[in-house]
Structure formats: structure tokens, C-alpha cells
Design a protein around this ligand. Sequence first.
Ligand SMILES: Nc1ncnc2c1ncn2[C@@H]1O[C@H](COP(=O)(O)OP(=O)(O)OP(=O)(O)O)[C@@H](O)[C@H]1O
Length: 521
Amino acid sequence: MDKIGVVIKSTSIYHYIFKPFRGVDLDVGSFVATEIDGIRVVSRVTAIRHRNATADPRLIAQLDEEATVREVKETLGIEEALFYTEAKAAILGARLGGRIYRPQKPVKPFTYVYKTTTEELKQFFAPPQEGTYITVGHIKGTDIPAYINAERLVTHHCAILASTGAGKSWLAGVIIERLALLDVPIIVVDPHGEYSAMSVPATEEGRAVAERVRIYVAGKVDVSPQDEAFARRYGRQRTYTRVGVNPRSIPLRTLEKLLDMLYTLTDAQKRILEEGWQAATSYGEKQPLTTVEELIREILDGGRHAAPPGYAGEMAMRGLEGRLRSLFYSSPIFLTKYGDTYQGEPIKLVDPAAYLTTPAVHIFDISGLEGLDQQIFLTVLLDQLYRTATKRRNLATLIVIEEAHNYAPAASTALAKTHIAKIAREGRKFGLGLCLITQRPARLDQDVASQAMTQIFKRMINPHDLKYVATVAEHLDDPRPLRTLDETEAVVTGLSVPAPLLITVDKRWTNHGGTTPTLKR
Ligand SMILES: Nc1ncnc2c1ncn2[C@@H]1O[C@H](COP(=O)(O)OP(=O)(O)OP(=O)(O)O)[C@@H](O)[C@H]1O
């Protein structure tokens, strides 16, 4: 076996420093092996430094002019003679059967460092026998596929964290494509309308994925600009189903919060609403869709007994009636009557049972909605998905949420946050998994983020985000190298991979909707 260096310092059970022998060509990211207690462990080079043994501060203080530097280099000849390279390596572990063993002892100084063979790396990164795996890329610098445990990725939640333009939605698309062919139902919350492009195949495999794509446009909103852009780019019409929300299916707490936030509610109005809402929604799981007027009448009739006596009660009732009417008629996400349409297009009701049981990629284009309407829509969708999932047998389902920091923000409140947090905490029991995508990791609610057992990092530049990542990323020893990743690279860490993987992300099978504009046409 090729000896390529020797350990000179052992800084912890995670890292060591070694001196490569003369003529050995190493790059950051190269794989090497060493021995701990007689077990050969694979490591990855994370840093390379060139040093010169004579370059101490007393000599450096003399390097004021070119002439002096030349003299030092040429006359004394120390540039080459006392030059050396040292490399830092992170220990990945040893493959023992189906598991990766990480020694709990540091490597001893003067242990040899070896070159790894392709066969050895293949075995190291091979998936264990059991489980279902997807590959979303290759181990960087090799053609070894990067296997990710699909069950763990889906049901134990994942997060894709990176700066803008770092290739987040490309990678999310790759993950969705691979899972779609395993018949996993996938629900995508798409605030930029970019995932519709997945309905257009880019390769042969992409055909099967594209056939599974269902696009839904949320609410009574004009999406002709999105449709025109799609037709221009792909030379065909985008086909979608328009969906809306039955006002009767909105959770009481959400309705109360919304009305209070938009118009404020008095205590009396809250009491009437609480009582009235129970009466109006006591139909069980399938709330009938009647007119908004009928719903409001049922709420007021059902809550009347909770109103204060006399004129004050009458005023509270009237105030509540006006507020309910304003909300249900002004927000485009609500159907206001049975058979409601928008510009002649029928609007279907959100159908959580179908999304949870149909192995398809259900893409919700909410790009036509204002921020608050997006929040209401997402709240209702997640609430219905969760409630439906708890009551029936479903296929494990992945819910992909783009711009997750807007819906589950760290410092502020957002309507959808409690529902995201609930699925993050409890969803696993019912087969519901989240894939949270954000360009501002530090702004994502920490409780929610901490439930993502697979964390995928891409290029990250913002110092606040890097600092944040250093504190939360259990499996990432040092987040600084994330600054230098290009948009095709990612670091996958956590429960669904045997060891942190630095990967080159694969090509897409379907089209990628997000484009970075160029200055030239
Ligand atoms: N694996 C890859 N192979 C080739 N090109 C890629 C890859 N990943 C990303 N890209 C390129 O990088 C561009 C930006 O990627 P993407 O749209 O996924 O970034 P993003 O992080 O989602 O951006 P934003 O934050 O703006 O949504 C893409 O348009 C694509 O051209």
C-alpha cells in the first residue's frame, strides 16, 4: 500500500495533521487513509499549508525590499531547502460491515498516511444492504455515487441551507425527481412559481417524472404572466388545476389570529366566534362547502348565546359579521360559493387525502398570492395535511417548503409557523416529512431547523449565517469551507448519510425553473 505521508500532530479524534512525502500531489478534498488501533480509517484532506522552517518573524522582518528577498531566496537558497507542506485531514471513519465506525481515540503521531484506492472508497461510501437509497450526485473528485437513505431523508426531515443563487432549488429538484420515481408523494410549496418547469422533461428519466407532476395554482389570481413566461421558455402551455380553500375548513385559532391581526377583535367578538365556529364546523372531517353568507349566518346563530346582552352584544355581532365578510371576500384563496370559478376556470377544493396518497409531485404555485394570503393558504394546507395524515394510512410524504424562513421565521411570528413546527415535531409518526429550503439559515426558527435530521449545505457567504451554522450543524466540523463551494457542490450531513459527504450534484432530469439573469441577451 502506498505510503504518502506521516502524521505529525493529532489535534483531536476528528482531525490530524500530516506531512506528505516529497512529490505527493494532494488537493483539498482528496481522500487518504491512516490507522488507529490497527484499523484503517478513511479521512479527507480539509486544508493544505505550505511552510518554510526558516520563515520566522526575525527573518520576515528583513524582507523589506526585493533585493533582500532575492538574496534570501538565491544566495541563502532557503526557498526550496527548508520548504515543506503540511495537510490537515478530517477522519471519516472505517467501514465495518454495514456501519461506519468512528474511532474514539486520536491517531498516534508518526503513523503512516496512505493513498486510498477507488475500490476502498467505493466500499466505504456504498449503501448498507437494507433501506432504500437515492443518489443525488457523486463524491466530489470521484465517480462514486453519493447514496442517501431515502426513508430517513423523507421522514426525519431535511433542510437545504445556502446563500441565494447557490443551487438550492436545483438540488431540491434533483431530490424530488429521484424520490418521485420511488413513488413517494411530494408536495412542493412554490412561492416563486419556478417548479412548474418540472413538468417539462430534460432527459429520458425526466419523462417519467414529468408525467407525475401536477401543478396547482392557489386562489383567484391572475397567473397569465407566469403562463406566458412558461410558454415562451418551453414552447407549450402550462397546465394546472386551480384550487381554493373552503372557508369552513380554516382552523379556528388561525381565523381568530387573522381577524385580530387584520381588523382587531374585541373579547366579546372572540367569544362569539369561538362558540359560533364550533357550531358551524361540527360536521366532522368533511365540511360542506356552502356560501360564505350561509357560513357567517351559522357562526352568528351558533355564537349568539355568548354575546353580551343588549346593544353591546348587537354591536359585537355586527362587527364580527363585517370582519368575516371582509376576510372571506377579500382574500383570493377562499371559495365563496359551491361551484366558484375565476375567469371561467373552475376552482377545486384543496384535497389533502389525494395529495397524501397519490404518488405524484404536487406543486402548489402560490406566486400569484400576496404575502399574507400565502401564509393563510399554507396554514390551511398544512393543517389539513396533518389532520388527514393522523387519521388514515398514507404513503410517507415529503413536503418541500421554499423560502422556509418566511413561513417559520426565527424572531417574529408567522401564521404558518405553528403548523410547520407541529409537522417538524410530530409529522414523523404519520409519515409526514419536511424539506425546508432557505437562503437565510439564521432567520429560520431554530426549533424547526433542529428537527431536520439531514442538513444539506451549499455555498454560504453571509457571516451571520456561517456563524449560525457553526452552532447548529452537529455534523459539520468547520463551516468555513462552505464559502468556496460552487453552485454544483454540496455538503450532505446527518442521519441519511454514513458520514458527511462533499458531493457534486447531478444534472437535472427535468427542467430547472430558477434562472440567474445575465446582462447579455
Ligand atoms: N448541479 C448543478 N449543475 C449545473 N448547474 C447548476 C447546478 N446547480 C445549480 N446550477 C446553476 O446555478 C443556478 C442557480 O441555481 P438555483 O436556481 O438552484 O439557486 P438557488 O440557490 O435556488 O437560488 P435562489 O436563492 O435565487 O432561489 C441555476 O440556474 C443553474 O444554472
